[in-house]
Design a protein around this ligand. Structure first.
Ligand SMILES: Cc1cc2nc3c(=O)[nH]c(=O)nc-3n(C[C@H](O)[C@H](O)[C@H](O)COP(=O)(O)OP(=O)(O)OC[C@H]3O[C@@H](n4cnc5c(N)ncnc54)[C@H](O)[C@@H]3O)c2cc1C
Length: 602
């Protein structure tokens, strides 16, 4: 680029008569003007002199000649034209600077040819491009669609594929989760105790724990175990027990009840091995730490609602019976818990053991008829726990060994009684009973008054009394109605010693008062009658006779098909509702049991 410094200098002093010209510097080049292209040698010399003086520094060229004032424009004479061009007007005639030719590396030729016609495919492409690049929505739509498609693929893949996240839960009723065999004990030739523990149990337990409904004794439930190589599952009943250690001498396990969430995630199965059974043979043949797929819980039976459910729970049995706290005291006007009778054969005993060993076990008393081949089938620990249950007044076990030629007999089946609570129906009946009772008392009272006066009661008077009683009972609160109609029961609010012996005898239904005295002494030999029981053992001593005397309101049956048929008739599972809709037969029917009060666990 040419530097834009334009430096003028003039030659000759004004009025010197010498030819005057001007030379100027453009950048570093010097150009001159004057008459013709020739410069006066004198001027030239002078110019040379000056040029010499200022050759190295253009700024010096601006300096006016010494001893001379600034020249005027009129001092300059215009050069004569050298061609046919008109002479330059007054002013300075500059010669054009010569430019060096520098070829451009690229040269874009601009043509003005007629463009070729567009190919139809190009036209179509352009039309589509214009159509879909109209709005910003059109531009982003392909990305959005791609994201949606990928999201859908991810979601369906996630829900269809088995995703057994080991950190989320202890049991899942839709998905098989991994458990490991952590203990195995051969009880006899074909019975085993197997402890299963959830994979990464402690980390899962610390996050979720079992759902409270699982071990709370309100349901009887099972789990499904899948045999991996064939597509077969079988149900097994988990017991809320775990192995705390093994006796080094006897090799017997020390079992404990799972008391809180930290002890959840393990359970014991009591399994019978069938020689030709598909799953039981495989399960009982597994080694320690073998993997087992478990799904559940599957609810087999739900104990119905009882008003006592709203009050404090019955404490879980401890493996040391004297450490089991007594039952809480329940208000006297609330119906007492029901009694159950349970018929189990072989491993069919497991469901009731699950409930009795659980946290918040059923509040009622259970009479258990346990049919089995021989004594050795029952693991020693289970037998011990069952004995403790008897001592705590929660159950009574009747072992019936076929090896001893025994079997369940009709005498082992009691007649049923109504539940202490039947919801609304109960209240209606209770009101009716109360009405009849009050009416009878009132009529008797008025009758005797009238008779004393020598008159008879009229029908109209009777009718009035009836109406009055009806209104009174209708306005009585439900709880008062139940309280007034239920027979008096022993409670811890009425400690022994505050009743007369006769009262106690009649309350226990003992006609022979002498017998009642001895039985009462037997019931509570060491307990101070004025003190509340310290534990469940002492409490049972007080209530034992009454619990055992009562008739059961509910019957449960579990065992092999032949046994279930014999006790309660053949079940029929309605495939639509998956419920047993067959009528009750067998021994239970003979004693007057009906479908509403019997549950076959099949
Ligand atoms: C709710 C529930 C809870 C259970 N809880 C337990 C438990 O805690 N412990 C326990 O050990 N079991 C329990 N069972 C039983 C268990 O589910 C299995 O039925 C049992 O282990 C046998 O399964 P398997 O695959 O080994 O034998 P299977 O292959 O089912 O065979 C069992 C026996 O029946 C015979 N058999 C099979 N099919 C027929 C047929 N068509 N006709 C005649 N005979 C046949 C076989 O020869 C064999 O002797 C429970 C069952 C239910 C429904």
């Amino acid at each position: 680029m040419i530097r834009s410094s334009l430096i003028f200098r003039y030659s000759g002093a004004p009025n010197s008569g010498s030819r005057r010209g001007v030379s100027f510097a453009l950048g570093s080049r010097w150009y001159s003007s004057g008459k013709g292209d020739k410069v006066n040698p004198k001027d030239k010399n002078q110019g040379d002199d000056e040029s010499d003086k200022s050759s190295s520094d253009g700024s010096e060229a601006l300096a006016a000649p010494k001893n001379s004032p600034h020249p005027l424009v009129s001092d300059f004479s215009a050069p004569r034209p050298t061609s046919g061009l008109a002479p330059m007007p007054d002013g300075i005639q500059l010669s054009k600077p010569k430019r060096k030719y520098v070829p451009r590396p690229e040269y874009e030729r601009v043509t003005f040819e007629y463009p070729r016609p567009e190919h139809p495919a190009e036209t179509l492409r352009e039309t589509i491009r214009q159509k879909y690049t109209k709005t910003s929505w059109h531009r982003v739509m392909p990305s959005v669609l791609t994201a949606v498609v990928f999201g859908w693929i991810f979601y369906t893949g996630y829900s269809v594929l088995p995703h057994d996240d080991p950190h989320t839960e202890l049991l899942n009723k839709d998905t098989f989760l991994r458990y490991y065999v952590t203990y195995k004990q051969k009880v006899d030739d074909d019975h085993y105790l197997i402890e299963l523990s959830r994979e990464l149990r402690s980390s899962v337990v610390s996050k979720v724990g079992f759902r409270s409904s699982m071990w709370d004794g309100k349901n009887l439930w099972s789990v499904e175990i899948a045999k991996p190589d064939i597509n077969v599952t079988r149900n097994y009943t988990p017991l809320p027990l775990y192995v705390a250690g093994v006796d080094p001498d006897s090799g017997e396990p020390h079992m404990r009840m799972a008391r809180n969430e930290l002890e959840d995630g393990k359970f014991i199965l009591y399994v019978k091995k069938y020689g030709d059974g598909e799953v039981s043979k495989w399960l009982t043949g597994l080694n320690l730490l073998a993997e087992v797929q478990v799904r559940g819980p599957i609810i087999e039976h739900e104990f119905g609602f009882h008003p006592l459910d709203k009050f404090d729970e019955r404490p879980q049995m401890s493996y040391i019976p004297s450490e089991t706290p007594p039952d809480p005291e329940y208000p006297t006007h609330v119906p007492k818990p029901d009694k159950y009778v349970y018929y189990g054969a072989g491993t069919g005993i497991a469901p009731i053991l699950q409930a009795l060993y659980s946290r918040n076990p059923p509040k009622g008393f259970v009479e258990v008829y346990y049919s089995l081949r021989k004594e050795s089938e029952v693991p020693a620990q289970i037998r011990r726990f069952n004995y403790f249950l008897e001592k705590l007044g929660r159950a009574k076990f009747h072992y019936i060994y076929s090896s001893e030629g025994k079997m369940l007999m009709p005498d082992d089946v009691p007649k049923p009684t109504l539940s202490t609570f039947n919801g609304y129906r109960d209240l209606t009946v209770a009101r009716e009973i109360l009405k009849q009772k009050l009416l009878k008392e009132k009529l008797k009272e008025v009758q005797s008054e009238k008779e004393a006066g020598g008159v008879k009661m009229t029908t109209a008077e009777k009718h009035d009394i009836e109406l009055q009683i009806n209104t009174d009972v209708t306005n009585t609160a439900d709880t008062e109605v139940i309280k007034a109609t239920l027979p008096p029961r022993v409670t811890t609010e009425e400690p022994l010693g505050q009743e007369s012996i006769e009262q106690k005898g009649s309350r226990f239904g003992l006609s022979n008062i002498t017998a009642s005295i001895s039985s009462l002494l037997h019931i509570a030999p060491k307990l101070d009658p004025n003190e509340l029981p310290e534990n469940a053992l002492q409490q049972y001593h007080i209530e034992k006779r009454e619990l055992e005397r009562r008739r059961p309101a509910w019957a449960l049956v579990c065992g092999p098909a032949g046994y279930v048929n014999y006790v309660s008739g053949e079940p029929h599972i309605n495939p639509e509702v998956m419920e047993d809709d067959a009528e009750i037969g067998g021994l239970l029917k003979d004693k007057g049991w009906d479908k509403k009060h019997v549950k076959r666990l099949v």
